[in-house]
Every structure is written in C-alpha cells, then in structure tokens.
Design a protein around this ligand. Structure first.
Ligand SMILES: [Zn+2]
Length: 247
C-alpha cells in the first residue's frame, strides 16, 4: 500500500473542512461518503506532494466545495499544476493560505501558523512549506495539524509561536517519520497522536523512536496502517479515538 494523509474536520450538518486529500481519489471519497459529507467549505492542501493532493478529485466528486487553499511554494510544479487544473475544471477557486489567517466554519475555528515568511525562514522543500493549522472546536478540543513539516520548520514554528498551547490532538508530522523536533512535541504534549501512514510503506514510517517519544509525552498513538481510518470524538474527559479496525 502507498502512503498518504487526509483529515476531515466535522463542521456539522453534512459539512466538513478537509485537510489534505490522500494519494488516491477513492479512499477519501469513500471516507467522506461514510461520514455523510456533501458540503466542503474549504479543502486545505498542506503542500503539493502527491500523497496529499492526488486524491483531490475524490473530495470534489459530487460535493459542493467552496475553496481550495494551498501553500505558496508550488513544489513539485507538476502536482501544483494538477491541483490548479483539477480545481479549474470543477470551478473551485484556489488561493494561498496566509500566515495568521483565522477562519471559522460552523463549530470550528482555526488559525494558519505556518509557513512564516516573516521569520525569514526559507523552506528548503515542499515538506517545510506545509500549511500548519491550529484548530479549535466549539466544545474546546484543540488540534494541531502539521502536514509533513521537517525539524527545521518545526523549530521555526515553535519560535514563531511562543504561546503555542498544549493540544488535545496532534496530526503527527510526515507520517511519523524519525525527524521530529523534541521541543515542539514537548510544547504540544498531545493526548491523542494520529499517525497517517501506509501499511508496508517503503519509507520505514512510522519510526519506533517517534512513537516512543509520543507515548513518553503522554499521548495515545493511533496509526492508520494498523487501525484503519481513525475518528476523534467527544471532548474534555470524554475525548476518544475510534478506530475502524481496532487491533
Ligand atoms: Zn506526505
């Protein structure tokens, strides 16, 4: 199986904000159908690697989609062109996510924390330019979605946001690769850590060292290669992750 990443943030009433679309249109379409999602006010594509954007046609299929937001670094150019072409065919506007931008959709609000050109940080590659969101639900659940950020940008993120709070849910960067900044993990100290990772992927993701560090920081770790699709429900003491394929 390949590798990929897609997250649906429920915004109530058949509506969801979708962050990344995975590597293939079928699974993300099926997932959104299972969730009853027919309206997507925003698709946020963290960066242009195929494992995050190639599933876009599956998100658009049969749904009313308001807008697509992307990172400003059009790398790799072929995938960036694919996104713009696919969006144009569906008449969905594509705009870059702006640092600091805050938005709402139903019970969700979120802020764009990265990339931060103001800090003078120049991304070395697509991963480091991942759009990073801090999301808060009306019931008070916080989520930090890191895309595929590598340690240089994870450190930049920590520095750019000294008040970054502890979060309930962390979408672990880069499919749980070995390259994680301990300071950012120490700041986020999530209760639930979600690792979106392909079974038998050729990259050795997730790294056992990363999984250990997450658990040591107090997180329960859910990984899609073992658990299948993972849903996070509830809030406060009732926050829990529900796996489609419990181990
Ligand atoms: Zn990726």
């Amino acid at each position: 199986m390949g590798q990929g990443d897609a997250t649906a943030l429920a915004a109530g009433d058949g509506t969801a904000v979708v962050v990344d679309a995975g590597p293939d249109p079928e699974p993300v379409d099926r997932c959104l159908r299972d969730l009853g999602v027919t309206r997507v006010p925003l698709v946020l594509l963290t960066h242009f690697h195929a494992d995050h954007v190639a599933g876009l046609p599956g998100v658009l299929r049969g749904r009313s989609v308001g807008q697509i937001q992307t990172t400003g670094l059009l790398d790799p150019p072929g995938q960036a062109a694919f996104v713009h072409r696919t969006a144009a065919a569906a008449r969905v506007p594509v705009v870059p996510a702006a640092l600091g931008e805050r938005r709402r959709a139903g019970p969700l609000d979120w802020q764009v924390l990265w990339p931060a050109p103001a800090t003078g940080f120049v991304p070395e590659g697509a991963n480091d330019a991942s759009v990073t969101l801090l999301v808060r639900t009306r019931s008070g659940v916080t989520l930090l979605l890191l895309g595929d950020l590598e340690p240089p940008s994870q450190r930049g993120l920590s520095r750019a946001h000294p008040a970054l709070p502890r979060v309930d849910v962390l979408k672990v960067a880069h499919h749980g690769s070995a390259h994680q900044d301990p300071e950012l993990l120490g700041r986020a100290r999530p209760r639930l850590a979600l690792v979106s990772v392909g079974r038998d992927n050729p990259y050795g993701h997730p790294s056992p060292r990363t999984l250990d560090a997450l658990r040591e920081a107090g997180a329960a770790v859910l990984r899609t290669d073992r658990h299948g699709a993972v849903a996070v429900t509830g809030s406060g003491r009732d926050l829990r992750a529900v796996a489609r394929h419990p181990p």
